[in-house]
Ligand binder design. Structure first.
Ligand code: ANZ
Ligand code: ZN
Length: 748
């Protein structure tokens, strides 16, 4: 028999699948749809490491199972390719970020394709492709049109030494990541998106989706809705100071006020507590935030820990016994949010240009749709400028333009969009038809895409990193809700179900990173063990949602399991139902006689099917291992049992199962077979062990259903090899059957 040779098998089937296009969605299918989504990767220069594919394999298993269940499955992938690492690399090396991105995506693509993941590559997208970002720009114009994009003076992180604006990620402990200089805040006019207008919708939508509770809590906390009251305290008779409190009932216990900010004009003065009518001092302190509530609080030391601490430290009065006020007695009811509007400008090169111009006469003017995409021009230097402007500001011939409204001189906006922009709507871009990318940017063209949105949205299952459960998830929900409100998408929540995977750590428990030199490249694992083993190992190594250490020596377990399944086909040769060594029975009566196989088979189907739904990939695999071991212990293996094992294993080890399947004479792919179903009535066995005696001495045993009749029991017993040995040439004079317990043969 041929040895298991993954390399040969995997190359062959990957080519075959590409040729037959079996993972493409079928545009004309009447089958129900299923949309599985993973967070598309950022193609960094480091290439893929073994942590990247963990979520891809997880949802690949789900997607493959769904196809076998008859769904028309969309499982797409693309590249989230704008952003800092590529830009910083360009700054360092002078290489064009476009070229760098192309090289990196080529590497990532080759690596991902070697793993046999059933992505529909015909739908590959790239956020840096002008055909893609022309729509990102268009959506920005829609925000502008609906008053949700606006300009405001906001601080940026400024490194006084390097003289550049830094992204938040480049500020480490308040210092510039490059030179270690203390970062200062510099005011600049920036584009903002009014996500706060969607705070309530983003909150209430959470009640309609299937996300882990932990994720919902994180989102709720980020939005931070508080219901309370604003109460005015009179200061110096003529003026008043407004505080925000969620506990207006504690006003009788308020013995001082605290304001945020450096030198507030109220500090050091006295205010009147409207409840007690007493004079109370106004202080200032850092624990009161300037940009939350009204930037001022009433200090209630009896009921608030921080107020108590502050009062003790500064010898302020403390009253512990006081009357509770009614919630409406003082002040007015208000609702406050922690959520802030989204700073949408970056003073960087490698992002989508913001498609507006500034005209002295007309103000800020959006570009007409027909001028999209506004292409990112070539620059000589990718370094941000020492005025804090983006490198685009240095290209005069690009900056100086004419106003679309009055035709006069105008200047282009030189800020670009943040890396979050392209990933805020990519789940829609996967649904675009050819016209969507090739055709014009217009409402008509967008509307041509809505048919597909209607069919495929929302995403049925979205898996991604824990680190994205706040911002990316919130931003993309916001974009989708906005598009929904203006009638451009059919569902208000983009993702029906969300799960997260744990990361893979390096051996020793550290995070894998190039700088630590502990990155494991999947190429070498695929080369030595095969993609199926790598897939199986990554799913078997531990619970999917937990971080787990890579352990190279553990790869051998999954590899041996695959070899065992491979070799099992040797046992099929004789397994025509009429030709089994222990008796001449047809398949059905054998099921009766040897029920254990049937029970385990049904239990296996049930467990594997259910585990895939709950991310229990590791326990699904151990269930398959138990089943394979059981088959291996038997002298003969029924084709039907073996084929069921192959089908259940197919989503996990797609190449090897496909190879065996075709070797068994099937002409269509195992990945298009029907997912096995279990028989509810066969999950529990009422199996008994029947002892076999010859002339009163125990010589063997077999397992059977307790309902086995005398004829079958005697037949099986007589044919057991060990019994034949004792009977030999002798004639059986009599057989005694004690139901479900014993067969005794009496010989001459
Ligand atoms: C009196 C009081 C008594 C309060 C008490 C709490 C407990 P959340 O839930 O976060 O909205 N607060 C108001 N504005 C603040 C600001 N700008 N910076 C820091 N703290 C501020 O909490 C609202 C509560 O936090 C408010 O209710 C206020 O203190 C404080 F037994 O008022 B409370
Ligand atoms: Zn103008």
């Amino acid at each position: 028999m041929k040895e298991y040779n993954p390399k040969e098998i995997e190359d062959k089937w990957q080519k075959e699948w590409e040729k037959s296009g079996i993972y493409k969605i079928d545009d004309n299918s009447d089958n129900p749809k299923y949309y599985s989504l993973i967070e598309f990767p950022y193609p960094s220069g480091d290439g893929l490491h073994v942590g990247h594919p963990r979520p891809y394999i997880g949802l690949d298993i789900v997607s493959r199972k769904r196809r076998m269940q008859g769904y028309n499955v969309l499982y797409p992938i693309g590249w989230d390719a704008f952003g800092l690492p590529t830009e910083n690399y360009a700054i360092k090396t002078g290489k064009n970020p476009r070229k760098v991105t192309k090289e990196n995506t080529d590497t990532f693509k080759r690596q991902i394709q070697s793993l046999g993941i059933s992505f529909d590559w015909s739908r590959e997208i790239n956020t840096t492709d002008p055909k893609y970002y022309k729509w990102t720009q268009w959506i920005f114009l829609k925000f502008l049109e609906h008053g949700l994009a606006y300009k405001a003076k906001m601080p940026i992180n400024w490194c006084p030494k390097d003289k550049i604006g830094l992204a938040n990620e480049e500020v480490v402990d308040g210092k510039c990541e490059r030179c270690g200089m203390e970062v200062v805040q510099k005011e600049k006019e920036q584009w903002m998106l009014a996500i706060t207008k969607y705070a309530d919708k983003l909150l209430s939508g959470l009640d309609t989706v299937d996300y882990p509770e932990r994720v919902k809590i994180q989102q709720r906390n980020w939005i931070g809705k508080s219901e309370g009251a604003e109460i005015s305290f009179e200061v110096d008779k003529s003026e008043s100071l407004k505080v925000f409190t969620t506990r207006p009932d504690t006003i009788f216990g308020a013995t001082f006020l605290v304001v945020a900010g450096k030198v507030d004009r109220f500090t050091g003065k006295y205010a009147i507590n409207p409840a007690t009518e007493e004079k109370i001092p106004v202080w200032e302190a850092e624990y009161v935030l300037a940009d939350y509530g009204t930037g001022a609080i009433m200090g209630v030391p009896a009921d608030d820990e921080r107020d108590m601490e502050f009062a003790k430290k500064n010898n302020l009065p403390i009253v512990t016994e006081y009357k509770k006020a009614g919630f409406e007695d003082f002040g007015t009811k208000v609702v406050k949010y922690k959520l802030r509007d989204w700073v949408f400008s970056r003073q960087r090169y490698w992002g989508e240009p913001i498609p507006v111009v500034h005209c002295d006469k007309c103000g800020t003017v959006p570009l007409p749709e027909s001028e999209l995409p506004l292409l990112l021009p070539e620059v000589k230097n990718y370094q941000p400028t020492d005025t804090g402007e983006s490198p685009l500001a240095t290209i005069e011939e690009w900056v100086n333009t004419t106003c679309p409204t009055c035709g006069g001189m105008a200047k282009r906006e030189t800020d670009t969009m943040p890396n979050w922009a392209g990933s805020s709507w990519y789940f829609l871009a996967y649904l675009f038809n050819k016209e969507g990318f090739e055709g014009p940017v217009s409402i008509e063209n967008w509307k041509l895409q809505i048919k597909n949105f209607r069919h495929f949205m929302p995403v049925d299952w979205y898996n991604g990193g824990m680190e994205h459960t706040v911002l990316h998830l919130l931003y993309s929900r916001f974009w989708n809700k906005f598009l929904f409100d203006i009638g451009l998408v059919p569902a208000s929540e983009p993702y029906k179900k969300r799960t997260s995977h744990g990361i893979i750590l390096a051996e020793g428990g550290e995070k894998m990173s190039k700088s630590k030199g502990n990155v494991i490249n999947p190429d070498s694992i695929v080369e030595r063990f095969g993609a199926d083993t790598l897939r199986l190992y990554e799913m078997f190594m531990g619970p999917f949602e937990q971080a787990i250490e890579w352990n190279e020596s553990s790869l051998i377990g999954p590899r041996r399991f695959l070899e065992r399944v491979w070799k099992l086909k040797e046992k099929l040769a004789l397994t025509k139902s009429s030709d089994v060594s222990f008796g001449k029975h047809d398949q059905t009566s054998l099921d009766k006689v040897f029920p254990f196989a049937t029970t385990l088979l049904n239990q296996t189907i049930k467990k594997v099917s259910e585990d895939i739904e709950t991310l229990g990939f590791n326990t699904a695999i151990s269930t398959l291992m138990i089943f394979a071991n059981d088959l291996d212990r038997r002298e003969k293996v029924f084709k039907e049992d073996y084929e069921t094992l192959l089908k259940l294993l197919a989503p996990f080890a797609p190449h090897m199962t496909e190879e065996i399947w075709s070797g068994l004479g099937h002409t269509s792919s195992i990945h298009r077979e029907q997912w096995p179903e279990f028989d509810e009535t066969k999950l529990v066995s009422d199996e008994v062990i029947i002892v076999v005696q010859v002339n009163g001495k125990v010589r063997g045993q077999f397992s059977a259903l307790s309902s086995i009749n005398e004829k079958d029991a005697v037949g099986v017993a007589k044919n057991l090899l060990e019994i034949q040995k004792w009977i030999g040439d002798k004639t059986v004079q009599k057989s005694v059957y004690v139901p479900a317990k014993l067969v005794n043969f009496v010989t001459d």
